[in-house]
Unconditional design. Structure first.
Length: 328
């Protein structure tokens, strides 16, 4: 597969966000240099961090689509988690610099100039980051297969974010903070200018730095467990279990393990078939079930073992009504 084809498979949200934040970073940096505003400097650093991170993640998500090789038979799905962790380091460095800048402005307040330039650029920032945020909210619902409509598209994106791929989650969290940070910067820039309390500019800068720390910790934690290998969410397990039990020849699920790797899932299961089937018939049923599961585009491979029914029910779909996972 050529590199161009791989890039086309990269996460669209992170690619669009990287371009948008690159433009914002340049505009904000110029405004910060002209006006001397600490809050503007903080949002400029935030946009630099976002653009760099999202660029890293876009290339990482593209490389994750590379076909398995003899040397790497499990594929490259987890490489996207590694790229996201590199992005987290960048966020942490930018957060440190932003907090230092904010503290310096609190200790030694300075007035900023070109207030309307700052206000205009921050307004543009809110519009662009807000547009990216709305776009990624819709993508979260698509990836999680949520049938959200109207305003629920935005509210459901928060609860479904854990079901989205690592790159999409990164863009969601970063642009949520970016949009919030632009609002904070706009508020404190205006307050410090019209009240003459210039230390407020430093407080706004400090708050943005702390928001960056929070998001770095959250994204870092989620991607660390992703690198280790984490069980799929119960909603994915339920979907796979329903697909297996749809076949009338399948009487029970003895074991079901689904491992999340990057944006993909690996399924391993032992299923119990009705008694009296020949080996050839049982084999055909196994492949039918496997092919049915693989119709789910988020599932990359399925391994199924077959057993004759022991007339005891091991797996119950009722467990998912309470949001619990089967512990057997």
């Amino acid at each position: 597969m050529s590199y161009l084809k791989l890039l086309k498979k990269g996460n669209k949200s992170s690619g669009v966000a990287a371009l948008g934040n690159s433009l914002l970073a340049i505009i904000k940096a110029i405004a910060a240099a002209v006006s001397g505003s600490g809050a503007m400097f903080a949002t400029a650093m935030h946009s630099v961090a976002d653009a760099t991170n999202q660029g890293f993640v876009f290339f990482g998500s593209a490389l994750a689509e590379k076909e398995p090789t003899k040397r790497f038979p499990s594929g490259f799905g987890r490489i996207v988690n590694l790229f996201v962790l590199v992005a987290v380091i960048i966020i942490a460095i930018m957060a440190y610099e932003t907090i230092l800048k904010g503290w310096g402005l609190i200790v030694d307040p300075k007035s900023s100039t070109n207030i309307w330039l700052n206000v205009g650029i921050l307004f543009v920032s809110i519009v662009i980051d807000g547009y990216i945020l709305i776009k990624v909210m819709k993508e979260i619902n698509e990836e999680s297969r949520a049938e959200a409509k109207g305003f629920s598209v935005y509210t459901d994106s928060f609860k479904n974010s854990k079901l989205a791929s690592p790159p999409t989650r990164l863009v969601f969290y970063e642009d949520l903070i970016a949009t919030s940070g632009a609002f904070i910067a706009l508020l404190f820039v205006v307050l410090s200018y019209f009240t003459g309390l210039y230390f407020l500019d430093g407080i706004g800068t400090l708050l943005i730095g702390l928001l960056l720390i929070v998001i770095a910790i959250k994204i870092g934690y989620e991607n660390t467990i992703g690198l280790i290998g984490v069980a799929a969410p119960s909603i994915v397990e339920k979907r796979v279990a329903e697909t297996i039990l749809e076949d009338s020849n399948v009487k029970d699920i003895k074991k079901l393990r689904i491992l999340q790797e990057g944006r993909e899932y690996h399924v391993e299961s032992y299923i119990e078939l009705k008694k009296g089937l020949s080996l050839a018939e049982a084999d055909d049923i196994k492949y039918q079930v496997r092919d049915k599961i693989l119709e789910d585009k988020s599932i990359s491979d399925v391994t199924i073992g077959i057993l004759e029914s022991d007339e005891e029910q091991n797996w119950s779909m009722d467990q998912y009504e309470n949001g619990e996972e089967n512990k057997q």
